[in-house]
Ligand binder design. Sequence first.
Ligand SMILES: Cc1cc2nc3c(=O)[nH]c(=O)nc-3n(C[C@H](O)[C@H](O)[C@H](O)COP(=O)(O)OP(=O)(O)OC[C@H]3O[C@@H](n4cnc5c(N)ncnc54)[C@H](O)[C@@H]3O)c2cc1C
Length: 423
Amino acid sequence: MLTEPFWTWSCPRPDDLPVADALPESADVAVIGGGFTGLSAARTLAQSGASVVVLERETIGWGASSRNGGMTGCGLKRPSQAIFERYGESYGHAFWQASLEAFDLVKEMVFTEGVDCDFSENGSICLAYKPSHFEGFKAEAEWNRRVLGHEMRLVSPSELKDEVGSAAYFGGILDDHGAGLHPAKLVFGVARVAAKYGATLVERAPVTRLEKTGGGFSVHTRRGLLRVREVVSAANGYTESLVPGLKSRVLPVGSYIIVTEPLSPELQKEISPKGRMMWDAKWFLNYFRLTPDGRMLWGGRNNLSTDLDLGESAQILRGQMLRAFPQLAGVPVTHTWSGKLGLTFDLMPHIGRVGGAHYAMGYGGHGFHVALYLGRELARLLTGEKTASPFAEIPHPTYFFYRDRAWFLPLAARYYRMLDALP
Ligand SMILES: Cc1cc2nc3c(=O)[nH]c(=O)nc-3n(C[C@H](O)[C@H](O)[C@H](O)COP(=O)(O)OP(=O)(O)OC[C@H]3O[C@@H](n4cnc5c(N)ncnc54)[C@H](O)[C@@H]3O)c2cc1C
């Protein structure tokens, strides 16, 4: 079993990716992190005429951006109804609209910028793991139709076999705004797009220290010093203590994935007749899909920790997968890997500024369309193309008990597992 993500195994970082050989001496903006947030911010900044350098500790897309499930759509991590209740109608509509534009931005990368990433818009379906979930889906579909004008279709337990070859679920809720893609191909493609507009991409350039100067920052990296006017942190789940006060705003949460050998065409058709993106409605959800070459990809959060052994996590995930799909018992698992997603205490993405550095973070695994959008949104705020964003206006909560180490996550994990066990 390989511990390399299936995505970068099937599409390794292209040799001709347009990265710079050396660090320039100065620029308008330094972007820390070469994932979807950083590359999207760099694209928009470069389009506006700013000189921008993306500094990536490893290689382009190395973080969550090439390690995810490749499942996209609309909405944010926090359910829309809860967003309306917490922030009111006006913000509620603004966040919903932003999520639709985020999905459109993925499509812009594919259809306008020409990024070839196996994009297929086959819809997504959330599956009821217990009967009470299906009752919740009925209320959710009605609320979405009435308040957002967004149609979601209920899939009754008897109709479910047309969607998924499993007896483990009690119905589903289908959203046509759902798509699958190859995340490594997308992130390498977005890097090319950012470079095309003039962004400088520098790999193996961990930022080790930020020093404030009269006109901005001296950015110290393992590859030298860069002087800039503005700094953007786009490290999300990989945020460390570089910018004081930033780490306490985001919790790194581990998400784990396995992929099997390619399934026979018959088994593919049985498991996912319509090629939907799928997940269940548990707090500790599992997500799954067929890869473009017909493998089963199965993911989940285990205990929220970021350092579970990949062999052990493969065993846990395979057990979960076989409970839902016993017909996969004879199919070997070929890849096991993990990545860190960035979770905020209020489950909302945020744009902000601390210690003089700008940041966008906290997509909670939902996910890369929002990362692309917030990178662009932050860049538009920096260039003055936009003067306000709901993501910059809502409070970004932090708590005294979390500064550096999320010691409480295993306790939270136990609590949410208990909720999943209730009927
Ligand atoms: C296993 C997994 C499955 C997921 N599945 C989905 C999914 O199916 N759909 C979905 O929409 N979302 C999903 N997500 C979430 C999605 O991948 C992320 O929201 C998105 O990729 C975040 O992009 P980003 O650019 O903000 O962060 P990242 O892609 O994590 O990039 C941050 C980068 O910052 C770099 N960095 C950190 N510190 C420094 C430093 N000091 N100097 C230089 N560089 C630094 C890191 O090396 C890293 O490459 C998943 C996430 C994981 C982990």
